[in-house]
Every structure is written in structure tokens, then in C-alpha cells.
Design a protein around this ligand. Sequence first.
Ligand code: GAR
Length: 190
Amino acid sequence: MTHPKATHTLGVGVLVSGTGSNLQALIDAEITVVAVASNVAGVPALERALAAGIPTGVFPLEDYAGRNERDAAMAEWLSSLGVGLVVCAGYMHLLRPVFLTRFPGRVVNVHPALLPAFPGAAAVEDALAAGVTETGATVHLVDEGIDTGAVLRQEAVPVLPGDTAETLHARIRVVEHRLVSEVVRELIAR
Ligand code: GAR
């Protein structure tokens, strides 16, 4: 009798706030995403999820007493759908410990810079302003800090003469899409 191939046991949940190109990359890589949560209603990322038939949840901060309550509700919803691995794909709020402790060591983030360089919400603009000739993309574990968790994968991306934030971010996104798909595939196959 042959042993069954190891099956993917961790349901993947994706947190978004905006465009959702990294979510789309996961969908296109045929990674089964079981839930998509956003802190912002009406964003393109939610449309992408709907188009792919993935359940969506919207958790705006203003609907809750505070961040702890919002993050607890979001964690509960993701858990109820079988999520065991959370991917922050352009999710622009920090996650509280009440969320992180529900998925210990199982929350990853995509960041558009070579961390620890240029953490925060304006990494592409900050790299351009600093005049560096190279920046990049990072996939890292999420802890309570701002882009401080252990790096899982990163890859350099050149800054080219004449780059704007848009052209540079587009070049970085191409790398992010590949890295996040590879890392998620590795984590769910363990
Ligand atoms: C991505 O470039 C991601 O690295 C960045 O937001 C973009 C979202 O794009 N995240 C951060 O800056 C987090 N600090 P997407 O919505 O098209 O995936």
C-alpha cells in the first residue's frame, strides 16, 4: 500500500487593505485560500476574492470598541473557516497580540523593502528618498513590532534612474508575488 502524499493541512487566510495583487498571485499559484479579511470595505482585493469564490469578511476598526476587539473578531472568523496560516498581503494595520497568539508563528507579511531597511507604511517612497540603488522585497514572520519579525525570504530589486514610487513598486511587486507564493507553499506543505 502506498502512503498518501502529505496533504495541505493549514488553511490559508489572507489579510488585505487595498489592491490585492499579492492575494491574486496566491490565487494564480493555485494556493487554496479559504478566507480573505479586510479592514477596509470596497477595496479591489475583496473583488478579487469574490471573483475567486473565496469567503470575505470586512472588519473596519470603527465598528469595534478598539483594536483588541476588532482583531479578536477577525481571528475568530478566520479560525471558524479553518485558517491556520495568515498572510498579510498589503494589510496596513498592526496586529495585536490577541490576534497573533491565535496563530503562533503562523502569520507572515509581505513588505516592499529589504528589511530591516525601510520598515513601515511608506517603504518604497522611503527607499527612493534615501537614494539607494537597491531595495527589494521581504516575506517575514509577524510579531508585535513594525516589520520586525524574522525574515523568511528576501530578494533585491534595483532602483533605476528615473524611477517613481509607482515604477519601483511595480518592479518590487513582481518579486513579492513570486516570494509570497513560494513561502506559503513551503509553510503549508510542512
Ligand atoms: C505590497 O507591495 C506590500 O508589500 C505592501 O503593500 C503592497 C500591497 O500590494 N505592504 C506594506 O507596505 C506593509 N508595510 P497589493 O495590495 O497589491 O498586494
